[in-house]
Ligand binder design. Structure first.
Ligand SMILES: *Cc1c(COP(=O)(O)O)cnc(C)c1O
Length: 439
């Protein structure tokens, strides 16, 4: 599993990506800017694909972690499918040219409009709707029937993995909003004829994110296996696939992560040819962070050093609107000087210009004292849930995105302009008086 600096090594004292110095990119684009390494994105994808060899499998990149169409196209051209959670993401998949039979659609709140678009995607519709509730299944069945189509469905199973042994798991618990429990799934299976517009083809799970141990996954896999057995006896047609979700963690600081080969071995053990399934099943996984997380950084320039006795503040030109994870979850991102500095260090808070105390990328970091106005810093491990979660708070245009491959870099999203900020906003039309307000 990759570390934050693997794809951003120092050469002659300057941080680089695929042979390109970050200074050169900043000169061209200005700062702040998101920078992604193509190799950083592809290496984990290839490792997962290699690990799943011998199984009929598909790695579906979780679009919500890093949604730029150029990134989707790159991953898709190397065999990845996509896991979506909205109609907007479906639109991105279409632009990136992701084939319909490699698209799965997750999420608890799909609208009829989103369902219809996904049923039309590429003509014959997407590979699977991962359905999270009975009312959703009913609606999907009716939308598909009206379109004279059959919607392929995987029921999302909430395996209720024991919270005592695995306190950090956030989506695979009874109390979470996600998925259907065993009883609900069995009930649906017994009453499939009530849903004529759908065809139940698989089971999906996704138990949480930034998982650092295999044991919750193993628990979940066991429960999926047991459920599959039960369903075989109930469903009129055999299931064709299992979607095991995403969630593999990455190293942000010094966390020990699950090695991809071990993760894949576990999948083989529970769902592979020797796993004792009644018939072979296709295996899907939905990794997001483990593909995009350490492939990207946020590059920013120091605006000011504010000196205090006990610690200094570095005010940088990136802010919480660009990368919200530290403010939102208190997450750790390594922060480094792009040009290596020697000499004394001092406790430093790295903060942005936004008017919120929470606009802080890191507290009490031992950074070089000589780091000052005009110097570049890199906020690492920002490829997942970075740009994808950015916004315009404080009316700050969002940064550009750059993809580096084969020693070349390309701007894959332009910096937003002030006009972009007010696009769609309207000044009330003075020439067209409104009807008088009722008194
Ligand atoms: C968010 C999400 C993923 C990806 O999670 P990562 O932790 O980024 O791997 C996969 N599947 C579903 C259903 C999700 O909601």
């Amino acid at each position: 599993m990759s570390r934050p600096t693997d794809y951003f090594p120092y050469k002659n004292g300057v941080m680089t990506v695929d042979g390109v110095s970050l200074n050169a990119i900043a000169e061209c684009t200005g700062t702040p800017v998101y920078i992604y390494s193509a190799r950083g994105l592809l290496d984990p994808l290839k490792a997962l694909q290699k690990g799943l060899k011998g199984l009929d499998h598909l790695v579906c990149f979780a679009v919500k972690s890093s949604s730029n169409v150029a990134i989707l196209q790159l991953l898709s051209s190397h065999g990845a499918g996509v896991d979506l959670v909205s109609g907007g993401e479906l639109h991105r998949a279409a632009i990136a040219g992701v084939p319909a039979d490699k698209v799965v659609f997750s999420g608890v709140g799909k609208t009829p409009g989103e369902m219809a678009r996904a049923l039309d995607y590429g003509g014959n519709g997407i590979y699977s709707f991962n359905v999270e509730s009975e009312p959703e299944l009913r609606l999907l069945s009716s939308v598909a029937s009206h379109m004279e189509k059959t919607a392929p469905v995987a029921l999302r199973f909430n395996p209720d993995v024991d919270p005592k042994t695995h306190p950090y798991i956030s989506t695979g618990l009874k109390k979470n909003k996600f998925g259907l429990n065993r009883a609900e799934i069995l009930k649906i299976a017994r009453e499939v004829s009530k849903y004529p517009g759908v065809s139940i083809r698989g089971i999906s799970i996704h138990i949480g994110s930034q998982l650092l141990s295999l044991s919750p996954l193993q628990d979940a896999f066991k429960r999926v296996r047991a459920l599959l057995e039960e369903l075989e006896d109930i469903l009129p047609t055999p299931l064709r696939f299992v979607d095991l979700g995403g969630g593999i963690g990455i190293t942000y600081r010094n966390e020990k992560t699950i090695p991809i080969p071990r993760y894949c071995e576990l999948i083989h053990r529970y769902f592979g040819p020797k796993a004792g399934l009644r018939h072979p099943m296709k295996i899907l996984i939905e990794p997001g962070r483990s593909i995009s997380g350490n492939a990207g950084i946020l590059l920013s320039e120091v605006l000011y050093r504010k000196q205090r006795k006990e610690k200094d503040f570095l005010i940088v030109d990136a802010a919480m609107n660009d990368l919200i994870r530290p403010s939102l979850y208190g997450s750790h991102h390594e922060i480094v000087a792009v040009s290596r500095k020697t000499g004394a260090r001092k406790k430093t808070d790295v903060v942005g210009p936004v008017c919120e105390t929470g606009d802080c990328f890191g507290s009490d970091r031992p950074l070089p004292r000589s780091l000052d106005q005009g110097d570049l810093i890199a906020i690492l491990s920002a490829g997942a849930y970075g740009f994808a979660m950015s916004g315009n708070y404080n009316s700050r245009p969002r940064p550009p995105e750059v993809l580096v491959a084969g020693g070349n870099f390309e701007i894959i999203r332009e910096r937003e302009t002030y006009d972009d900020l007010v696009r769609g906003e309207v000044l009330p039309d003075q020439t067209c008086p409104r009807p008088e307000a009722a008194s």
